[in-house]
Design a protein around this ligand. Structure first.
Ligand SMILES: [Zn+2]
Length: 369
């Protein structure tokens, strides 16, 4: 029920509220911080060969900052199943809260920051709040306390959709990550296919210029890459000048003379995806067949036989649309989302900052009192 409501609330491609969807499936989000030393979760139980002797400050800082330059390489993964996010955090703000408001000693505050493991709620929150901030330029001061960039750390977050095409790759990747100092935090969350679908839509929609028709082609490439990740769609699209509904194919697609022919069911799915991406821009959504309102789109998909073919029986356009979204996204079927959080920049910065006194609260009074 809540899931249905969330579909309706999705005006652009905002993902349905996690809380609502969680409620709908009746289970709390699983938030598992896998302590690497215990070898839980995806990690093997055998001891690691990585030496863990970097106990002195200098050694640790150096190792961490070296690790910080080695980004996690996701290039082997299907591009539509992974996402990278960055979060900037102001350590001066954190130290201020720990020392001034919570009364911790500076040493303890540093230790607490080192132990800090961001929760999924913090990492996924659309609203950025102190001590997190959106970095406009690496030179900018903290928007809350005015501290200079040396007090700012970045958390790199890699999110991988669980499934057949990613599970083996992900296990190998996690196994190969350095374990010293808990640089990498591994989290997982059970979600629904529907959530993952809307998050994917949100990701591909970012930065699209809906005034330039080129976006239709871009979304098409993303959708096909998601649906058939083994194909090199980037290379295919370098040859493709136009996208057509095939009169011959019953399923799948083919490329000929610079034209991509899609079987009717695939073409019709794309109409829906284009509609979802663009429907909030103007009345109706833009598709490869022009602009459709919801009613028009459903009528078109019904008359073309698509709705019947995928088992959508509702007559009312809104209900049919919801049934169709369930079908297209995978609905409430569960899936895992895996997160790799790279804390190495944070650890490196904490090490370096021990030598500095935390900045005094800004005279402009930006610090919370
Ligand atoms: Zn700050």
């Amino acid at each position: 029920m809540a899931g249905r409501r969330s579909y309706r609330s999705v005006k652009t491609v905002e993902r349905p509220s996690r809380k609502i969807v969680k409620g709908a499936v009746g289970s709390a989000t699983r938030l598992t911080a896998v302590p690497r030393k215990k070898g839980g979760g995806a990690g093997p139980s055998t001891p690691r060969s990585v030496p863990n002797k970097a106990s002195r400050r200098t050694g640790r800082v150096q190792k961490a900052s070296v690790a910080g330059t080695n980004r996690v390489d996701l290039s082997a993964f299907p591009s539509e199943a992974v996402r990278k996010l960055d979060r900037s955090i102001c350590l001066a703000c954190v130290l201020d809260v720990f020392t001034r408001h919570m009364g911790l000693s500076l040493n303890t505050a540093h230790l607490e920051i080192k132990r800090y493991k961001p929760s999924l709620a913090e990492l996924n929150s659309p609203a950025i709040t102190r001590p997190y901030f959106t970095m406009q330029s690496p030179q900018d001061p903290c928007p809350y306390c005015g501290s200079p960039p040396k007090w700012h750390a970045r958390l790199a977050i890699y999110r991988i959709e669980g499934g057949r095409t990613t599970d083996t790759l992900r296990r190998e990747l996690v196994k190969a990550l350095p374990t010293s100092g808990n640089q990498f935090l591994i989290l997982e969350e059970r979600g629904t296919r529907q959530e993952a679908f809307f998050e994917w839509l949100e990701k591909i929609s970012k930065g699209l210029d809906l005034e330039a028709p080129q976006w239709l082609r871009e979304v098409c490439r993303h959708y096909l890459s998601r649906k058939e990740p083994k194909e090199d769609w980037q290379a295919q699209f370098e040859q493709i000048q136009s996208i057509r509904r095939s009169r011959r194919l019953e399923r799948g697609w083919e490329v000929g003379k610079g034209r991509l022919f899609l079987a009717p069911p695939l073409f019709d799915e794309l109409l829906l995806v284009h509609y979802l991406v663009s429907r909030s821009q103007k009345a109706g959504g833009l598709t490869l067949e022009g602009r459709y309102t919801l009613r028009e789109l459903m009528a078109r998909l019904r008359s073309g036989g698509y709705l019947r073919a995928v088992g959508v029986i509702a007559q009312n356009p809104s209900d049919a649309f919801e049934e169709l979204l369930q079908y297209l996204s995978g609905g409430e079927a569960s899936m895992k989302l895996h997160y790799i959080v790279d804390r190495s920049d944070l650890l490196g910065k904490v090490g370096q900052l021990k030598a500095f006194k935390p900045p005094r609260p800004s005279v402009r009074g930006h610090l919370i009192s």
